[in-house]
Ligand binder design. Sequence first.
Ligand SMILES: [Zn+2]
Ligand SMILES: [Zn+2]
Ligand SMILES: [Zn+2]
Ligand SMILES: [Zn+2]
Ligand SMILES: [Zn+2]
Ligand SMILES: [Zn+2]
Ligand SMILES: [Zn+2]
Length: 463
Amino acid sequence: MALNPNNQQQADKRIIGFDCEFVEPPPERYVQSECPVCLQIIREPHQVTCCGKKFCKTCIEHIKSTKKTCPTCNEEEFSSFADKSSKQLLYSLKVRCSHQKDGCEWTGELRQLDGHLNTDPQPEKQLDGCQFVEIDCIYKCGNQQQRRYIQNHQIKDCPKRPFGCEHCHDYKSTYDDVTNNHWPVCGSFPVPCPNQCGSTIQRQNIDSHVADECPLTTINCDFHHIGCAVKLPRQDMPEHLRENLLTHISLLASSHAKQQAETTQQREEITKQQDKITSLEAENRILKTKINELEPMQQLLKTAPLIVNSRPLGPLEPPVLTMTNFQQHKRDDDQWYSPPVYTHYQGYKICLRVDANGCNTGKGTHVSVYVCFMRGEFDDSLKWLFRGAISYQILDQVDGKGHKTGTDTYDDKIPDKYCTRVTEGERSKNGWGNSKFIAHTELEPKYLQNDTLLFQINKVVLK
Ligand SMILES: [Zn+2]
Ligand SMILES: [Zn+2]
Ligand SMILES: [Zn+2]
Ligand SMILES: [Zn+2]
Ligand SMILES: [Zn+2]
Ligand SMILES: [Zn+2]
Ligand SMILES: [Zn+2]
C-alpha cells in the first residue's frame, strides 16, 4: 500500500493507525496488531530496539522527534526500524470498513482499506469507494458531505456550482454570483408591477407596461384635449367613456364650433391683410406718379443757385459753370456765354456773358463778366423789372480759397434794358456787370487751368 503521509498529514492531525475492526480476531501469537500510542491497527509497523514493541511509523517517529522515552518500557535510549514481515502479515488480515457502524458492509484486506475509503479523491474518481466517507465538494465551497450525498450537493445545493441565468440565458457564473449579483440587475428578471396590478413583467419592460398596459396606471380621458379633465385608472376608463357619452359629444361640438369660429376669424384677417396690400399698392402707384411729376422740378433745382435772400434752399451746391477754350475766345474777341441757370426754384433764367479779351474799359487787359437775363419758363409769374442783387464768382482752381466775387445790384438807378423781361430771342443783348472783373495777369495759375475758367452764381437777393 502506497501511503503518502506528507500529503495527507496536516499540522493538527497526523495520519495514525487504521481505525477499523478485524473480521476475525488476528492470531495474537504472531503479530501485535494495535499501536500502543494511537490504540488503532498499526500502519507501517516499526519495531523499537528497547522492548521489541511495534508502533505505527508516524507514531514512533513523533515520539523520537519530541525526545520522549519509549512509551511502553520508558527506556531513554532506543531506535526503531521497519518491520516488513509484520506488515506483510498484518496487511493481509481481513477488516471491516471504518464506516461499518454507518452502514457500509465492505470487507477486505487491510491493505485495501485506504483504497476503499478514497478520502481525498481525484476529481474523476470522486464517486469511487465508500459511500459513507465525508469528502470535499469539487467546487471548493468548503462543504463536506458523505460520498452518497456529494453529487446532490454539487448539482442542487452548492453555492459555487456553475450556473447560468435562466431569464436572459446570457449571463453564466456561479449560483451565488448569478442570484446575488446578477439577478438584481438582469433586464429579463421578472419583477412585480410597481402599481401592484398583479402582473409580473421582465424588468426591462416595466416602463412600457406602466405607460401603455397596466390597468392601474392613472391616465387622462381621451377627450382631455377638448376639455374633459377626468383622470382615472386605465381599467376604469371604458366605463367613464360609456357613462359620459353625451358630455363628450357636447365637448366635441363646442370644440368644433370654436375651431370654425377661429377659421372664420383667420379668413377675415387674411381678407383684411389683402385689402391693406391693395391699398398700399395704390398708394405706392400714386407716390410713384408724384415722384415722376417732381422729376423736372428736381432738374430745375439742380440748375439754380441755392441761396435766395440769404436763405439756403436745399442741400445742393450751386452749379459750377464750366467754360473751356479760353485762349480761342480771347483771340476771337467774341461774346462767350455760360450754360443757363435759374436764380431759384421757379425763378429768373440767367447766364453769364464772359468776354475773354475784355470789353469797354477792360479791352485787351481784363476778362469782363456780365449777367444776362434769358427767356425763362416762369417769366409770366415773376416780377419785372428785376430788382435785387446777383453775386457771381470765378473759382480758385488751385486750393479753393481765393474765389473772386462780383455783385451786381439792380435798383432804380440802372437802365431798364439790363433788367427787363426778354421777349425777343433767347437772351438779352445787354448784360450788367464788370468790364474789369479780373485782369489777364491775375488769371494764372489760380483761375485759368487747362484753358478753362469756372464760374458760379452763388447768391441771389430778391427785392
Ligand atoms: Zn499508532
Ligand atoms: Zn520499549
Ligand atoms: Zn465503507
Ligand atoms: Zn459545494
Ligand atoms: Zn439574466
Ligand atoms: Zn401593472
Ligand atoms: Zn372624459
